[in-house]
Design a binder for this molecule. Structure first.
Ligand SMILES: [Zn+2]
Length: 299
């Protein structure tokens, strides 16, 4: 593990080190090709007057930031207007000259730190580039020697362990109930009747939208409420209802005039698989009951 520190370049040196504002589009990985600590690497970078710069240096103990990430860095060698230099968050992995355990640990820290940068931005592994992608330079040299795909796999496994949390605090794996007041999916279509009041698991979070299990549809966070982790999730478009009147007729068809097959009683709970003409069909196949809210309640 590592701690994160800042030792940011003085703003009067922006004109040398990071003259352009930047909206980052990816992350670029480098090896320092020396044996300096992250702290020394950054201290040297911010004090010299060369057009050489990067955003972060990572060693076996810490991540040190030298430039703000809303400004460019000169690390890719692809020129003043190069995509690498102008759109990349540049990450240097320390101790690559001699390698060994401290390099391996620096690389692990870098992989984890890069995973956190990806998660914060909602980016996938395809946003991780290597210096070599922008210029014919064998960098990150030791990481390439060890195997680039192995490094990407390391990032990916860390990424899988970092929970996705939207700004409003919803997480993948959490259970939510779609509010009865909801009218539309986030994609604009009208919500299916059976979705309202039903509970689903969040499978993806993107800004203020959630992708729900079973229905595989996006909804707005304003249209759901969190429910306890112990709540039973009905699946396959089904949901549960509890009988709240003393007795309710069980009918043969989705028709209030069809034959009464029996009665269900207060407190009994049924799984519902369909709704037609104001009646709910029981999963057991026993028949249909009224969907009236005076008689049954979704649970
Ligand atoms: Zn490089």
């Amino acid at each position: 593990m590592y701690i994160i520190k800042q030792n940011l370049v003085a703003s009067e040196n922006y004109s040398i080190k990071c003259p352009h504002s930047m909206t980052a589009e990816f992350i670029v990985v480098h090896n320092t090709a020396n044996d300096a600590t992250a702290q020394n690497e950054v201290a040297y970078m911010i004090r010299n007057k060369n057009q050489v710069s990067f955003h972060y240096a990572v060693d076996d103990q810490e991540v040190v930031q030298g430039l703000p990430i809303n400004r460019n860095a000169w690390a890719c060698g692809d020129g003043a207007n190069g995509k690498g230099n102008r759109k990349g968050i540049q990450v240097e992995i320390c101790y690559s000259k001699s390698g060994g355990t401290r390099f391996d640990n620096a690389e692990k820290n870098a992989a984890h730190f890069i995973a956190t940068l990806l998660r914060e931005r909602g980016w996938g592994i395809e946003k991780v580039k290597k210096h070599q992608d922008f210029r014919n330079k064998y960098c990150p040299h030791r990481t390439l020697d060890k195997g680039w795909n192995g490094f990407l796999q390391m990032i990916k496994s860390y990424l899988d362990d970092i929970p996705v949390t939207s700004s409003s605090g919803f997480k993948v794996g959490e259970k939510v109930r779609v509010k009865e007041s909801a009218t539309q999916y986030a994609t604009g279509q009208a919500l299916a009747w059976f979705v309202k009041g039903s509970i689903y698991e969040v499978t993806k979070v993107a800004g203020d939208k959630l992708l729900l299990s079973d229905i595989i549809s996006w909804v707005w966070i304003d249209d759901v409420e969190k429910v306890s982790a112990n709540t039973v999730v009905a699946t396959d478009y089904t949901f549960l209802v509890e009988i709240i009147c003393d007795e309710l007729n069980l009918r043969q068809k989705a028709d209030f005039n069809s034959k009464v097959m029996g009665v269900v009683k207060k407190g009994e709970v049924f799984t519902i698989v369909d709704q037609q003409n104001g009646l709910y069909q029981l999963k057991s196949g026993a028949g249909w009951i009224s969907a009236g809210t005076k008689y049954v309640q979704k649970i």
